[in-house]
Structure formats: structure tokens, C-alpha cells
Ligand binder design. Structure first.
Ligand SMILES: [Zn+2]
Length: 270
């Protein structure tokens, strides 16, 4: 298992916090340095034991993964590398950056990592697959997965459910052995887990279609119909965002259409 450092930023959206992974000991990389938290950055520096990382890799630019990257870059001299589309974020001022494309590889003394473009949670999202070494087949999955859960946040404007489902297919085709998510514990049964993620989303999509069979609704109005009244209020925004993503996906598929006043309806129900 890659060395793992848990950042002190627990929340309903980050579970017990962001996991920073270190792959390699003599020529290491740091994946997702996490929030700009001095104690966490100190812990990363201790774990590096004086070996400067060859790169600081980001799965995506959300602050809970990336805001500590410029300070870690300053402390180590390493460049920050991320997928196309992350360069518009404000964090990088002053840091050396490098854009990674799908298929780009990064060498460490514990194996070669290959970038896998996986938009859906965020447009610039990358996963990193270990393609050799003792952990060959392990996938560092960022926020494509959440350990201990069968779902992750996919919400507009950054999230796109059609892209997310395509990314699940892409990752499944790589036949990973184990998933290391950025939040929550490792997921050992990787391929079965990807099936559970797909099934969870398919069930939600079916729920939304069933709810729309009762008549046109806005994403806000769908919350009660889909999640029921017992939804944790802290998750209300995430729930509405997820429903917006499903509405976008069903629109892409041509199964629903606008019904005015922010509402949508099933095609064929008018
Ligand atoms: Zn994220």
C-alpha cells in the first residue's frame, strides 16, 4: 500500500479527511497534498525524509486536494502536475506547473504511474494507475470513488454524470486490483466496486425517471421525491447537485426535456 497521510480536514464531503499518498521512497511523488495546512505539510515533509519529490501530482484542483500544493512546491522545489483544465485555479501562483495528458507516465522507485483521464467529478480529473512494481494494478482514484461508500459527488457546473459514467467504464477496462480513494479507506475489490458505483447511479437515475412520471419537477422539487424527508440537511446542497447532474445526463440521452420554470419532464409524457 502506498504510504498514506490523512489530512485534518474531516467533513460530510471529505469523510475523515483527504488522504495524501506517497509513491516511492528515493524518487517519490506526492499525490494530492491536501489543504494548505501547516501540520499536514510538516507530516508530508517528515515522510519524505529529505528526498525531494520528482513531482507533486494532483488528481484534480479542488482545494481539499490541491491548496497545499504551492507551499509543498516551495518547500521541496518540486513542480505541480495536473490534468488539462486545472490551470485556471488560483492556487498555483508562484509554483512551477506541468500539464499531464492521458497516458503520460511518471517514474518512481516503487513503480511507474500512468495518468488516466477521468472527468466527471471535475473536468480535469486524473486517476493514476501503477503499471509496474509491487503494487502493479493499484489505482489512485482521487474523487472518482469514496472509500466505504458506493457513490461520490458528481454535481454541475464541474460535475458531469455522462462523463462520470464513461470514466467508470474506462477505469473498469484497466482491471485495477485495488482502489485508493482520496477520501475513505482503500477499496480492495476494485472491479466489483466499480460495478456497485455504476449500479448505485443507475438506481438513482431510475428513481428520478420514476419521480418525473408523477409530473414535471425542478431539481429542488425532486429532492423530496427522490431522497425523502429524512435527508441529512448538511447533504442538501450535494443532493440537489446530484439531481442536477442526473437531469443533465437524462437530457443528454434525450429522455427528458425542459418544461418551463426550471422544471423538466419525461419525453412522451406531454
Ligand atoms: Zn473533489
Amino acid at each position: 500500500m502506498p504510504r498514506t497521510l490523512l489530512a485534518p480536514n474531516p467533513s460530510p464531503m471529505t469523510l475523515d479527511g483527504t488522504r495524501t499518498y506517497l509513491v516511492g521512497r528515493v524518487r517519490p511523488v506526492v499525490i494530492d497534498p491536501g489543504p494548505d495546512n501547516p501540520a499536514h505539510l510538516d507530516a508530508i515533509m517528515d515522510a519524505l525524509q529529505g528526498h525531494a519529490p520528482s513531482l507533486i501530482l494532483l488528481t484534480h484542483a479542488h482545494a481539499d486536494h490541491s491548496a497545499g500544493a504551492p507551499e509543498l512546491a516551495r518547500r521541496t522545489g518540486a513542480s505541480v502536475a495536473f490534468g488539462a483544465g486545472a490551470d485556471g485555479w488560483p492556487w498555483w501562483r508562484g509554483a512551477q506547473t506541468r500539464e499531464l495528458s492521458d497516458g503520460d507516465t511518471v517514474e518512481t522507485d516503487e513503480g511507474v504511474l500512468r495518468a488516466v483521464r477521468t472527468p466527471g467529478h471535475a473536468p480535469e480529473h486524473l486517476c493514476f494507475l501503477l503499471v509496474d512494481g509491487p503494487e502493479r494494478g493499484a489505482l489512485l482514484g482521487g474523487d472518482l470513488f469514496m472509500g466505504g461508500s458506493d457513490t461520490t459527488l458528481v454535481a454541475p457546473p464541474e460535475g458531469d454524470l455522462s462523463e462520470y459514467l464513461a470514466s467508470l467504464d474506462r477505469v473498469e477496462a484497466l482491471r485495477p486490483t485495488v482502489l485508493y480513494p482520496a477520501h475513505g479507506p482503500p477499496i480492495p475489490d476494485a472491479v466489483a466496486a466499480i460495478g456497485r458505483y455504476r449500479a448505485h447511479r443507475a438506481a438513482r437515475i431510475a428513481q428520478v425517471e420514476a419521480a418525473l412520471a408523477d409530473g414535471p419537477a425542478s431539481p429542488g422539487e425532486l429532492i423530496e421525491r427522490v431522497y425523502g424527508p429524512e435527508l441529512n440537511p448538511a447533504l442538501l446542497g450535494a443532493a440537489e447537485g446530484s439531481l442536477r447532474a442526473i437531469v443533465g445526463h437524462l437530457t443528454n440521452l434525450g429522455r427528458i426535456r425542459p418544461a418551463g420554470a426550471g422544471r423538466v419532464q419525461l419525453r412522451g409524457s406531454e
